[in-house]
Ligand binder design. Structure first.
Ligand SMILES: [Zn+2]
Length: 404
């Protein structure tokens, strides 16, 4: 077998999968080669971004099997081989994401007529591409891989349920959908006080000018001693034309826009100021929090990676992930089942009273989900001899051997 990874085109893929597969094979299996010069009747593991029509033909003409590794920060397969026509020429894919089992999903949108949040049905792939995608999944040619942490996580000791804050922790970049979820959790009294977005670096001189907030917001931040206070968006604000139609376009933009959204949705912007002024926390402190808070949750864009690194951070600390119900539209490796390894809320209920109920699991149920998720973490994610879990590496090689 060959791992073809010239120029290490995707740092995460190279470091967390290809390098680790080399290390595993050198130790326990036959070492991989790295060159495809004149290769015939062999199996080639390759970054899916390199699977152009020419590359696929070149490898297939030599009678080789192709195993593509796709990582796109979404549920989609790499753009170059996403079409059904290209995809079906590849023998097998591993994708760092859950794998869609339905061609539709519910997106969270802002409804201008009602000034409220609602859901809309969206299609994942054009029908002809979906037919190939779904067939490959069903016949064992398309496999999910977990999004694992770059770094070896510090160990923390999970507390029992009755010694945990009965609330939900939300951290991460200030993305609009995640912010909206926070607003409604705040209203339901379910948001843990440590939740929020660390926006300070975006006001600072060290931020890449491309992402830095507008000068007026930066001046206000300085004037208010490092606080992102409530203010009206000005014409200079990043994404000044913030369209309510595309909530994704608001991600990481001037907080002024977020205060305006809060107000539009009927929240007192002063009451949620803390959300945009969260302090920085170290990885160790973050995991410590997860060990003493009952739930963590998130809401990103449709067809994103629903169980990302943060899922496993929580699982390792016994904190229950409560995820949008769209999470059930995908299959995962390691297996993640709803109500077994995570709990859920419905996208359509984030604005309703039902939301608080989704964050009130019984003692028994919390312990059960917490234990199951932690078992999956221990078996498949926890780093041991290599930076990537040894069982996971063995699983990848065994899965490839089944078709080659
Ligand atoms: Zn601004």
């Amino acid at each position: 077998m060959i791992i073809y990874d010239p120029n290490r085109g995707h740092e995460y893929l190279s470091r967390m999968f290809f390098d680790q597969l080399h290390a595993y094979a050198n130790r326990y299996d036959k070492p991989f080669s790295t060159s495809i010069d004149g290769v015939k009747n062999d199996t080639v593991l390759i970054n899916a971004d390199l699977l152009t029509p020419e590359m696929i033909d070149r490898l297939k003409n030599g009678g080789n099997k192709i195993v593509g590794f796709s990582i796109t920060d979404s549920s989609y397969i790499s753009q170059v081989c996403r079409s059904g026509k290209q995809m079906e020429k590849v023998d097998m894919f591993f994708a760092v994401t859950g794998i869609q089992t339905t061609n539709h999903g519910q997106e969270i949108v802002f409804n201008k007529e009602t000034n409220g949040i609602t859901t809309e049905d969206r299609r994942f792939l054009p029908d002809e591409d979906w037919a190939v995608f779904d067939k490959m999944r069903a016949t064992g040619r398309l496999h999910s891989l977990p999004y694992i942490s770059w770094d070896r996580p510090p160990d923390v000791s999970p507390r029992p349920y009755n010694q945990r804050s009965q609330k939900a922790l939300v951290r991460g970049g200030h993305h609009m959908r995640r912010f909206i979820l926070c607003l409604f959790l705040h209203k339901a009294g379910k948001l843990d006080i440590n939740s929020g977005f660390h926006t300070a670096p975006y006001f600072g001189p060290t931020m890449n000018p491309q992402f830095k907030y507008c000068e007026k917001c930066c001046n206000s931040f300085e004037w208010h001693h490092g606080q992102a206070v409530v203010r009206e968006p000005v014409s200079e604000c990043t994404f000044k034309d913030a369209s309510y139609e595309d909530l994704g376009a608001w991600n990481n933009k001037c907080p002024a826009m977020f205060y305006r959204m809060a107000q539009t949705l009927g929240f007192d912007p002063y009451g949620i100021q803390y959300l945009l002024n969260a302090r920085w926390i170290s990885d160790h402190e973050y995991r410590d929090m997860l060990a003493r808070i009952s739930y963590t949750t998130d809401l990103k864009w449709l067809f994103s990676i629903y169980a990302a690194q943060r899922f496993w951070d929580a699982a390792s600390a016994g904190c229950v992930n409560v995820l949008p119900s769209r999470t059930m539209d995908q299959e995962y490796f390691p297996i993640l089942n709803c109500e077994e390894h995570y709990a859920f809320y419905r996208e359509s209920s984030i604005i309703s009273e039902d939301l608080s109920r989704d964050f009130e699991l019984s003692d028994y149920w919390h312990n059960s989900i917490s234990r199951n998720a932690r078992e999956q973490y221990d078996e498949w994610i926890r780093p041991g001899e290599f930076a990537t879990n040894t069982n996971l590496l063995r699983h990848i090689i065994d899965t490839i051997r089944k078709v080659t």
